[in-house]
Design a protein around this ligand. Structure first.
Ligand code: NCD
Ligand code: ZN
Length: 352
């Protein structure tokens, strides 16, 4: 049985850092495990311009602990009023790696999102020309569509038309939760990929609703039924370059999750690698972990792979019930559970 696994240092292709004290509290968790992260722009107010993104990037870099090499990759929050020239300039200057499409009111801090996807077609056309990646929160928001069907409906209504209209645009279907999404991405061109979170590989909707409401297992898109979870596990572990790691780690304070209107989002940054690796171990796919965690993402984003390595060993890791963050409590994913792997020390030296 494999006891130790050394892989190129991974990247997180979908992450929420927030801002201020919370950001300063969560950045070290991610920087310990990942070399780079695609940082989501859904702050309040959102990161909609090159200038706002450059300033946010500086605040994140100031929060990276001494001696750790970590690069935040910034995203532009698309709105009905996005200026294609500013977006192109931000892309050209290396401030923006991607832009994020939130359908208005689909999730946390998305009120300023796009009200009608067709309205931003001129922006998508420019992104296609400039080579800026489009990250998509793929859920419709219509009241008459069941929350469990919103991802599948988004594919038919919006994603298929986008990929037809802009055949060269690189699109990442973020945090996919359904076999419909797996099938769509698998059947699309090489310019379409998807991120998969650890929670959607571990839990189905029962974890949210059985034995009382479990707010710490609530995120968007919501976990679906078991058949979908199994399809996601196959997609993540099959070796396809179209699927890669994106934690969607989304910190919310315990009191905001455990309230009458609990926030969507799961904070998984502290043990993200151990959580994913447990899945690859259960699926007998340890040899495919490096591809998912460290190779497929850079290939899609056309960035170099990391030279450093990380090592994980088979050892019990007890995930704490709560963590202290800026004097507040936050409950991590897998709270109180034991994971069978542990990351050893810091990132290692470049591989020969
Ligand atoms: C995210 C957040 O809290 O910012 N929440 C979530 O449930 N995933 C937003 C998002 O990615 O949808
Ligand atoms: Zn997210």
């Amino acid at each position: 049985m494999t006891q130790k696994l050394t892989i190129r240092r991974p990247d997180d292709w979908h992450l929420h850092f927030r801002d201020g004290d919370i950001m300063r509290g969560v950045v070290p968790y991610t920087a310990r495990q990942f070399a780079r992260a695609i940082v989501m722009p859904n702050l309040s107010p959102p990161v909609t311009t090159t200038a706002l993104a450059a300033a946010y990037r500086d605040r994140i870099l100031a929060a990276v602990p001494e001696g750790i090499d970590f690069t935040p990759l910034m995203t532009c929050y698309l709105t009905d009023g996005t200026d294609p020239d500013d977006l192109a300039r931000g892309g050209g200057e290396g401030v923006f790696t991607a832009a994020k499409l939130y359908p208005a009111n689909a999730t946390t801090n998305s009120a300023h999102g796009v009200s009608d996807v067709e309205r931003i077609y001129p922006v998508l056309e420019r992104m296609e020309a400039e080579g800026i990646v489009l990250c998509v929160h793929g859920e419709v928001t219509d009241d008459d569509i069941d929350v469990f069907d919103r991802e599948a409906e988004f594919i038919a209504r919006h994603l298929r038309p986008i990929t037809r209209a802009f055949p060269q645009l690189r699109v990442v279907f973020e945090h996919i939760t359904t076999s419909d999404a797996v099938d769509f991405v698998t059947g699309a061109g090489a310019n379409v990929a998807a991120t998969i979170t650890p929670q959607h590989l571990h839990i189905n909707r029962n974890a949210m609703l059985v034995g009382g409401i479990q707010p710490h297992n609530y995120c968007l898109p919501v976990a679906k039924r078991e058949t979908h979870r199994l399809a996601l596990r196959v997609a993540a572990t099959c070796g396809s370059p179209k699927f890669f790691l994106g934690t969607d780690s989304a910190p919310h304070l315990r009191r905001d999750k455990e309230s009458a209107c609990g926030c969507a989002g799961i904070f998984n940054a502290p043990n993200a690698l151990e959580s994913y690796l447990a899945v690859f171990d259960q699926e007998d796919a340890l040899d495919r972990f490096e591809g998912f965690a460290s190779l497929h993402g850079p290939a899609f984003y056309r960035l170099p792979v990391n030279d450093e390595t990380v090592t994980l060993e088979r050892a019990d890791t007890l995930v704490p019930d709560t963590l202290d963050l800026a004097g507040e409590e936050i409950v991590p994913f897998h709270a109180g559970q034991t994971l069978g792997w542990r990351m050893v020390g810091q990132a290692g030296a470049a591989r020969a």
